[in-house]
Design a protein around this ligand. Structure first.
Ligand SMILES: *[C@@H]1O[C@H](CO)[C@@H](O)[C@H](O)[C@H]1NC(C)=O
Ligand SMILES: *[C@@H]1O[C@H](CO)[C@@H](O)[C@H](O)[C@H]1NC(C)=O
Ligand SMILES: *[C@@H]1O[C@H](CO)[C@@H](O)[C@H](O)[C@H]1NC(C)=O
Ligand SMILES: *[C@@H]1O[C@H](CO)[C@@H](O)[C@H](O)[C@H]1NC(C)=O
Ligand SMILES: *[C@@H]1O[C@H](CO)[C@@H](O)[C@H](O)[C@H]1NC(C)=O
Ligand SMILES: *[C@@H]1O[C@H](CO)[C@@H](O)[C@H](O)[C@H]1NC(C)=O
Ligand SMILES: *[C@@H]1O[C@H](CO)[C@@H](O)[C@H](O)[C@H]1NC(C)=O
Ligand SMILES: *[C@@H]1O[C@H](CO)[C@@H](O)[C@H](O)[C@H]1NC(C)=O
Ligand SMILES: *[C@@H]1O[C@H](CO)[C@@H](O)[C@H](O)[C@H]1NC(C)=O
Ligand SMILES: *[C@@H]1O[C@H](CO)[C@@H](O)[C@H](O)[C@H]1NC(C)=O
Ligand SMILES: *[C@@H]1O[C@H](CO)[C@@H](O)[C@H](O)[C@H]1NC(C)=O
Ligand SMILES: *[C@@H]1O[C@H](CO)[C@@H](O)[C@H](O)[C@H]1NC(C)=O
Length: 838
């Protein structure tokens, strides 16, 4: 085939301009081909680099063909120089070194390497050499380190996106140069880049033609310059998750092309009033989660008819959802969770035919769950948890639902069979304070895409469907705790399963712990507490490589716990609770030598245990500082060893001092004899130590005085004698910590126990302690039974300073929540409080 004449060639060039599919074999200069091929060779194609990306563009790159025809490559039509490289989402994996042949493509004007995995490469200073660069996108590609100041040499740059990498940082001086020197810049996305040292006022110098600025999760603090809000061409502004950012959002003179506004989790004040709403008419995306909204009137929003995304969660909106919101006909995402909205859920929402996501959790909605919700044609995600709604879910006709959370409402009756027809369901949460009854049908296993199944806190009875052990290979969370399930634990766990969380706590399960659990090699959490399991210690669980939490409390387990039959036994275990069983013999010394996660604390790696892709937060039940609590959020740093209320005999071994990261140690109510080991003084993270009701003799080692975080100490009912060590920490404990011993003396035993009063309504004021350092923001829990009384002195650690409050503030918050959320005590667990905070 010959070449067409020049005039028609340029016509074809015009036609195929964006695809660079011109068929001319000599177009691409050979040295460019070579550079590109070498670049290709320096990476592997790795499908685990991104789940979404399935098309490795570099696969079409073949030696001997015209590189201008390669996927993702654009050339200058006249010169044949490579001017554009779009390798977004190309499954590249490997390090991008400074000597990469990429940097010899001097004519590049557009470079998009987003959504690959560059394995924590540093961003090379050689990026600064692309003097023709107009667009640079390194979004979401696992870069880290310091962003080189040479980026500011790209003086033609119009669009720069370094966002969503592995928290690279950008020095204030480099930031200033970018803002001042890149005068053509219109779009800047530095989300997740650490610019915490940058003074926000340096943004004042952005050019007036600026159109898009994204600085979310940048650690930005201080006052945001008001003039940026007023840039005349501003289309998109996102400052979300800069908790220290203050300022005020203007009500007028805003750009009339602004379509994206995100101020979530900032302290920038927003007056939601007529003036503002009438200037925001083009808005399509509005995110004001946990914001500083001064005037909260939802009905004002009805004029924002272009909105497709609206997030007003975690604010103080109250009253009913105004029916006028029905005018937001384009909405696809609606999040009003964590407010104080009341009343029925309006049928006006019915006309939101585009709604795909509805989040209305943690409000005070009442009435029935309206059936129209289940008929919304686009709906895929529905979260109504924590309201006062009455279920009527039998009418569930929908069949493209992916996510359904109706927990903590007034559900009753049996699980409607219509749920089993939701074949695309990946998350099903019907946990409740009121009660679903009946059996769990094995039809549940028809939901083969299910990842999260939580039917906890109901009155479900009958046996656990056997198929739950081996249905599909998607299920990673199985929570059937707090029901009335009988029979045995399914013994059918098969090899290819990916179960990470298994909670059957608080049922009436009997029999043994099935050996097939070792097939669940991804398990992180096993909670089988509060059942009637009759077995010996399940040594086979030792080999589960990811196991972090093991709760077997309150069963009928018996025999010796010898410990460590395998290499690396329980090496990741952080919470080990086998209390309230009939275990006997010596303490499991060999485990004390292998519980490596309890030997090292990792305070710099704090995260909530959750399923990242679903946001499902793990919960377990545990005794924390004397109070039995259902932790609805478990932080990665918590370390607990609870062997109490068994028949352990012998001495406390010295090696227990190795478990330096422990925050809570409970060996009480056993038959332990001998002295208290001075090595306990090595457990410097301890906040709670309970050795009460044993046969311990001798003196209290003075080393215990070194435990500066210790808030709870109980040595009562032993045979201890001698002086109680003095020291600031010990002076905070009263007589109840030491009573019932042979001959202890010290100022503490003279002190009277302060109060026998049962917990009552919260006082109007109390010391503000905060356990959020332990439990994270929005610490969530359920108190189960109150072990509160004279026996324990509560102290609350705040950032490693022990406040000597008599009662912890979270205790009062709990009581408050109980009243605010009007949760009810249930028959089954009298004294159980149902306050769940998320
Ligand atoms: C794929 O990438 C992951 C990390 O994302 C890495 O652990 C793995 O070794 C890579 N596999 C190959 C074949 O490069
Ligand atoms: C990824 O980074 C790790 C740690 O720096 C290194 O050991 C490994 O070789 C790198 N892999 C590739 C493919 O570059
Ligand atoms: C580029 O640099 C890296 C690290 O310095 C080195 O391992 C690699 O061999 C170099 N590649 C070339 C082609 O020089
Ligand atoms: C950057 O990545 C995020 C998340 O993958 C994506 O939503 C956004 O569109 C990307 N931005 C650009 C400019 O590619
Ligand atoms: C600013 O941009 C000019 C080109 O416009 C460039 O020569 C100079 O090096 C840049 N200065 C800094 C400090 O980056
Ligand atoms: C909403 O639109 C109506 C009709 O266009 C108008 O009368 C009203 O003032 C608008 N409200 C706001 C807050 O802009
Ligand atoms: C909803 O709660 C309000 C009080 O907050 C009450 O007046 C109303 O009757 C309740 N509606 C239903 C259907 O329970
Ligand atoms: C479930 O999802 C699959 C793929 O996402 C789709 O092909 C199928 O039609 C869906 N089924 C229903 C009933 O929506
Ligand atoms: C593990 O699963 C396989 C089937 O995948 C089964 O044959 C085997 O018995 C199971 N292992 C145990 C210990 O039950
Ligand atoms: C989940 O998120 C935490 C941080 O929030 C992270 O450390 C962990 O690696 C993530 N897990 C997965 C499987 O992505
Ligand atoms: C625990 O030990 C005590 C004293 O040795 C004994 O009386 C009791 O029967 C034991 N309990 C169990 C359940 O083994
Ligand atoms: C306790 O710490 C001391 C000093 O740091 C050390 O000599 C001793 O071996 C430790 N004991 C244990 C049981 O770890």
């Amino acid at each position: 085939m010959g070449f067409p004449p020049i005039s028609s060639l340029s016509f074809i060039l015009f036609l195929f301009h964006f695809h660079s599919t011109i068929s001319s074999s000599h177009f691409c200069a050979p040295h460019q081909s070579l550079s590109l091929l070498q670049f290709k060779e320096s990476f592997s194609i790795n499908s685990s680099a991104s789940v979404r990306c399935q098309h490795p563009k570099t696969e079409s790159w073949k030696e001997g063909t015209d590189c201008c025809l390669w996927d993702g490559v654009t050339c200058d039509m006249k010169t044949g120089q490579v001017t554009g490289l779009d390798l977004a989402c190309s499954m590249l994996y490997g390090t991008l070194h400074s000597n990469s042949t990429l940097f010899s493509l001097h004519h590049l004007q557009k470079l998009d390497l987003s959504d690959n995995d560059f394995n924590s490469s540093h961003i090379s200073s050689r990026f600064g050499q692309f003097s023709n660069m107009i667009l640079l996108n390194l979004n979401f590609s696992v870069f880290t380190g310091q962003v080189p100041s040479e980026i500011s040499h790209l003086s033609k740059l119009v669009s720069l996106d370094l966002s969503r990498n592995y928290y690279p940082s950008l020095e204030p001086i480099s930031f200033d140069k970018i803002v001042r020197n890149l005068t053509n810049l219109r779009e800047l996305d530095l989300s997740w880049v650490n610019i915490s040292l940058v003074v926000p006022s340096s943004l004042t110098n952005l050019s007036s033609s600026f159109s898009s600025l994204s600085l979310s999760r940048c650690g930005l603090q201080g006052k945001f310059p008001g003039n940026i809000f007023l840039l005349p061409n501003l289309e998109s502004l996102d400052l979300s998750y800069n908790e220290g950012l203050i300022g005020s959002f203007p009500s007028s003179n805003l750009s009339n092309v602004l379509f994206h506004l995100g101020l979530s989790n900032t302290r920038i004040s927003v007056y939601l009033e007529n003036d503002l709403i009438s200037t925001l008419k083009s808005l399509e995306y509005l995110s004001l989660r946990n914001s500083n909204i001064i005037k909260s009137d939802l009905s004002l929003l009805d004029n924002l008819t272009q909105l497709t995304f609206l997030d007003l969660s975690s604010n103080n909106f109250s009253g009913q959802i105004p029916s006028s919101l029905g005018s937001l006909i384009n909405l696809s995402y609606l999040n009003l969770s964590n407010n104080q909205l009341v009343g029925p859920i309006h049928s006006q929402l019915n006309i939101f035919s585009n709604l795909k996501y509805i989040y209305l959790s943690n409000n005070l909605f009442n009435g029935t769950i309206p059936s129209f919700l289940f008929a919304l044609p686009s709906l895929q995600y529905l979260d109504l948890h924590n309201n006062n709604l009455i279920s009527n879910i039998s009418e569930l006709q929908h069949n493209s639902l992916r996510y359904l959370d109706l927990s903590n409402n007034h559900l009753h009756g049996s699980i409607p069979s219509s749920i089993f027809k939701q074949e695309n369901l990946t998350t099903l949460i019907l946990a409740s304070n009121s009660k679903l009854t009946g059996e769990i049908s094995s039809s549940i296993c028809k939901l083969r895409f299910l990842r999260v199944l939580d039917l906890s806190n109901n009155s479900l009875n009958g046996s656990t469907p056997l198929c739950l052990g081996n249905f599909g290979n998607m299920l990673s969370v199985l929570h059937l705790g707090m029901n009335k399930l009988q029979g045995t634990i399914p013994s059918t766990f098969s090899k290819d399963n990916i179960l990470e969380y298994l909670n059957l706590n608080g049922n009436e399960l009997e029999g043994k712990i099935p050996l097939s659990i070792i097939n669940c090699t991804m398990l992180e959490v096993i909670d089988l507490g509060n059942n009637k399991i009759e077995d010996t210690f399940p040594y086979f669980l030792e080999t589960l490589p990811q196991l972090q939490i093991l709760v077997l409390k309150s069963n009928k387990l018996q025999g010796f716990v010898k410990g460590s039959t395998a290499y690396n036994s329980f090496s990741k275990l952080r919470i080990f609770d086998i209390s309230h069983n009939n275990f006997s013999g010596p303490l499991p010394i060999r485990y004390f030598n292998s519980l490596e996660a309890m030997m090292t604390s990792d305070h710099n790696m704090v995260y909530m245990m959750e399923k990242n892709y679903t946001g499902y937060v793990y919960s377990i039940e545990m005794t924390w500082k004397g109070v039995e609590i259902e932790f609805t959020k478990i932080q990665s740093t918590i370390r607990v060893l609870d062997l109490s209320n068994n028949n352990f005999t012998g001495e406390i071994p010295k090696v227990i001092g190795k478990l330096k990261a422990l925050q809570q140690l409970n060996l009480s109510h056993n038959y332990l004899a001998g002295h208290i080991q001075s090595s306990l003084g090595n457990l410097t993270n301890l906040e709670s130590l309970d050795l009460s009701s044993n046969l311990l003799t001798g003196r209290i080692p003075t080393q215990l005085g070194d435990l500066t975080f210790l808030a709870i100490l109980n040595l009562s009912h032993n045979q201890l004698e001698g002086p109680i060590p003095s020291g600031e920490q010990f002076n905070t404990f009263d007589a109840s910590s030491f009573e019932g011993n042979l001959g202890l003396f010290g100022s503490q035993v003279l002190k009277k126990c302060y109060s026998d009063e049962a917990p009552s309504l919260p006082p109007s004021s109390f010391d503000e302690g905060d356990d959020s350092t332990l439990f994270g923001e929005g610490f969530g829990w359920k108190a189960v039974t109150m072990g509160y009384g004279c026996g324990f002195v509560f102290g609350v650690a705040t950032g490693y300073v022990v406040l000597r409050t008599k009662k912890p503030s979270w205790f009062f918050r709990m009581v408050e929540d109980k009243w605010n959320l009007q949760s009810k005590k249930t028959k089954k667990n009298a004294g159980r409080y149902g306050a769940r905070r998320n």
